[in-house]
Design a protein. Structure first.
Length: 284
């Protein structure tokens, strides 16, 4: 019976799920990814983050699903939209903080040409949580922003390649850190991935840096997110007065990609692949 009860819980508090539970995660992950596919054409200069969130909420409701973020710790939006040097948890409709790279109308949530943004969506389908985020570009990206997005995307995929039984969570973090720092970029330490399944957040904390061979050992049936945040500048962040929006302290650009994954008998299953092949904002 697909009731989402873990086969067991490891000594580190990590749930191990049954083989039939993977189908539930695929349903939830596919919807989250489909919503991001559908929102892609709506990202352009002149669009507002508030409008993007309204469209996302309508898509969730249209699918008969639930937004995991509306009401979560008082949050009232169906997405987080993080623009330029906002690392994560950007609030749709709120004024976009001005980075050191551009000027924008004061107090505005309007996207301007060259903005890069991460849109993060989590939905609940039949009790299962699908959590994913990806980068978008309003208009034409600057070359250094384009390179940051590429490195961040590749860092995620390199981390996912380290997911297989017998490896450790430290192997995932070390692979991401080694690649990103090799590209002369930094890895955010203040935020991490997390376990999920029939809950939004659960053990373990999935660090995007670390030492190979350390941390809990990966076992079949573990479900978690990998969601590296990579900065052009230094890794330090700070949270603004709204208690949500995290920005880079040096106001350098930041990017993030996120997949929800499950450990299989011999590797990894990605639950949040883009049905339309739009996970990466390929350059025309």
């Amino acid at each position: 019976m697909d009731d989402g009860q873990p086969l067991r819980i490891t000594k580190d508090g990590i749930h191990l799920h049954a083989p039939e539970d993977f189908s539930g995660m695929h349903r939830a992950g596919r919807l989250a990814a489909t919503i991001l596919d559908r929102i892609a054409p709506e990202v352009h200069p002149g669009q507002t983050t508030g409008k993007l969130d309204q469209l996302i909420q309508a898509m969730v409701e249209e699918a008969g699903a639930t937004s995991a973020t509306i009401g979560y710790r008082g949050y009232q939006h169906a997405s987080c939209i993080s623009v330029n040097h906002v690392v994560c948890h950007g609030i749709p409709g709120a004024p976009i903080p001005a980075s050191k790279y551009e000027k924008r109308p004061r107090g505005s949530d309007v996207l301007v040409d060259g903005d890069i943004l991460n849109i993060d969506v989590t939905v609940v389908v039949d009790g299962w949580y699908g959590d994913t985020s990806r980068m978008f570009v309003a208009g034409t990206p600057k070359p250094f922003a384009q390179r940051l997005i590429q490195v961040t995307h590749d860092a995620l995929m390199i981390g996912i390649e380290a997911v297989r039984p017998g490896n450790t969570f430290g192997d995932i973090g070390a692979a991401i850190q080694s690649f990103a720092e090799g590209q002369r970029m930094s890895v955010v330490r203040d935020f991490c991935g997390h376990g999920l399944g029939r809950v939004f957040h659960a053990p373990p904390n999935v660090l995007h840096y670390g030492r190979a061979g350390t941390g809990p050992v990966l076992e079949e049936g573990m479900f978690f997110t990998i969601e590296p945040m990579i900065n052009l500048g230094r890794p330090e962040t700070k949270v603004l007065a709204d208690d949500w929006t995290a920005i880079t302290r040096d106001k350098a650009l930041s990017a993030q990609f996120e997949h929800s994954v499950g450990v299989t008998a011999d590797g990894v299953d990605i639950f949040t692949l883009s049905p339309a092949g739009r996970f990466h904002p390929t350059w025309g």
